[in-house]
Design a protein around this ligand. Structure first.
Ligand code: S3P
Length: 181
């Protein structure tokens, strides 16, 4: 594995909502025999409420600060894991710089087309505070297109970038394992 020791490595999955960070992350963790941590699920556990309720009651600024703090705490522990971030985590404050300058971290961007993200997110938008209010699939498509354009410069800083559209979960896990060699 390039420039890292598997015993200390944290593989951080980044990408837009719906790109498959959690599903791929779980499979990858299983294949590598290390724990999987989902930052959103971790925050829900710490805050004892859903992400939607945190946005509702404490606001987005609180959420952004908390996700960055929890991420740094997890990295400080130096335990090997597959860590799926929230879609916005690497795009606020100096999170991406922190990740890139941490010798134990490998960042992987799961790249997905606007069309596929729209199809996936349309079915489950109610649980996602940033898109729950969007009324039509066309409006969601337009929102994702603009939002992804703003966030791409952060995502594209990842050390490994993988197109996910035409690949099964199994193929993606294999591609990641291959890229980590
Ligand atoms: C967000 C993505 C969500 C969650 C929150 C905000 C974002 O995570 O952190 O709703 O800003 O893109 P997922 O990418 O895991 O859905």
């Amino acid at each position: 594995m390039a420039n890292c020791d598997i015993c200390t490595v944290v593989i951080v999955l980044i990408g837009y909502m719906g790109c498959g960070k959690s599903t791929v992350g779980k499979q990858l963790a299983k294949a590598m025999g290390i724990p999987f941590v989902d930052l959103d699920a971790h925050m829900e556990k710490v805050e004892k409420m859903s992400i939607a309720s945190i946005f509702d009651t404490k606001g987005e600024i609180y959420f952004r600060k908390k996700e960055a703090t929890l991420l740094l705490e997890l990295l400080d522990a130096k335990d090997p894991m597959i860590l799926a971030l929230g879609g916005g985590t690497p795009c606020y404050g100096n999170v991406m710089q922190e990740l890139l300058s941490n010798a134990n971290v490998i960042t992987i961007y799961l790249q997905c087309s606007v069309e596929l993200l729209t199809q996936r997110l349309w079915k489950e938008k109610e649980t996602r505070p940033l898109i729950a209010h969007i009324a039509t699939q066309e409006a969601l498509n337009e929102f994702i297109r603009k939002h992804l354009f703003e966030r791409s410069p952060f995502y594209m800083m990842a050390s490994i970038k993988l197109h996910t559209n035409s690949r099964s979960q199994k193929e993606l896990v294999e591609q990641i394992l291959f890229a980590l060699l």
